[in-house]
Design a protein around this ligand. Structure first.
Ligand code: IPD
Ligand code: CA
Ligand code: CA
Length: 276
């Protein structure tokens, strides 16, 4: 049993994520402005991303001053409690910019070396889509929920019948190679979805709206909460060969389906010249 009660951490994550979701939804209605570009001209940050992260950070610091913080839009700070909060203040920023209602606030509490996501045990995670009013949550050992409803991943799905979510990086060079992977995958599965928010994609797997998910190039704030939600819904969230999810690969779904999907995705990555 972790030293800190996962249910308590989840209650805090949920309360802050819902309020931050309301904040970004309101800002979206007022009109969105790009504040800057980051890794590429396509990788934008809006003023709402920064405001949301500042808000979440402030609420966490007030409630749990000894915890560490690791968010997308500001510098990480180490903590003294062994707990680190991993935050994506808007996941699906490009959807947000275009007013496509598939963006989310993602907040997770993890235990482990803050500098090494492969050592993390995620204790609590919450992903909120404020447009649909959907609150996905999970605590370690406490199951995964959409609102009050318990979630379970789809089982007994053959690869050829699987609806598989994925996404693309902001780097055009990587995106082209990811396109080659999708070309190899699309004829082997039911179909592919690219919804534009990794956190929501993972929640979709947990909720049975996707059978599986595979994406390269994610950052910890994209998957920390969603991966716990998948696991607590009875699924697997991992990298290649049982590694932790990470930038090389994040796979999610029922174990039996991933046993078919993973070798195919691995081979397609190798064929596309992507480092493994
Ligand atoms: C992005 C989204 C997208 C995924 C990208 C992420 P952001 O996060 O999750 O679905 O394909 O890899 O970077 O930039 O909207 O927070
Ligand atoms: Ca993100
Ligand atoms: Ca983001």
């Amino acid at each position: 049993m972790p030293a800190t009660d996962p249910a308590e951490l989840l209650a805090l994550a949920r309360s802050i994520a819902v309020d931050a979701g309301e904040l970004i939804r309101r800002r979206r209605a007022e009109g969105v402005t790009v504040a800057a570009t980051k890794s590429t001209p396509q990788d934008v940050v809006t003023f709402a991303d920064r405001e949301s992260e500042d808000y979440i950070r402030g609420r966490l610091a007030e409630a749990r001053p000894d915890d560490g913080f690791f968010g997308e839009e500001s510098d990480a700070t180490p903590g003294r409690s062994g707990i680190t909060w991993v935050v994506d203040p808007i996941d699906g920023t490009v959807n947000y910019l275009y007013d496509i209602p598939a963006y989310a606030v993602s907040i997770a509490a993890v235990e482990g070396d803050p500098a090494d996501p492969s050592t993390w045990t995620t204790l609590a995670g919450c992903v909120v889509n404020p447009v649909l009013g959907e609150v996905f949550s999970a605590s370690h050992g406490g199951g995964a929920h959409l609102g009050e409803r318990a979630l379970a991943v789809n089982t007994d799905v053959a690869l050829a019948q699987a609806l598989v979510g994925t996404g693309f990086a902001y780097s055009a060079e990587l995106r082209v190679k990811q396109g080659a992977v999708v070309t190899g995958l699309v004829g082997r599965v039911r179909d592919i979805r690219r919804a534009g928010s990794a956190a929501l994609d993972l929640c979709s797997v947990a909720a049975g709206r996707l059978d599986a998910y595979a994406e390269r190039g994610l950052n910890p704030w994209d998957y920390a909460a969603g991966a716990l939600i998948v696991r607590e819904a009875g699924g697997v969230a991992a990298g290649f060969a049982g590694a932790a999810p990470g930038s090389v690969m994040t796979l999610a779904g029922d174990a039996a389906l991933l046993a078919e999907l993973e070798p195919l995705v691995f081979e397609l990555h190798r064929n596309a010249g992507l480092p493994l």
